[in-house]
Design a protein around this ligand. Sequence first.
Ligand code: FES
Length: 64
Amino acid sequence: MEKIRVQCVKNGPYEVQGTLTIVDANGKIVSSSESTTYYLCRCGGSGTKPMCDGTHGRIRFQSE
Ligand code: FES
């Protein structure tokens, strides 16, 4: 079984490490890669969801 690691970055995105495929609500593959690190938005403000685009810093998103 493959391992995936998900960590919440303080005041920022989810850091996701592992081999995974990210699919949008319509089933379209957004990204697929062998063992890598993704940053997924958890502030809701990204213009490139589900990926983080740095907006969390501009809107001063706060979360542990
Ligand atoms: S967490 Fe970075 S843009 Fe939302």
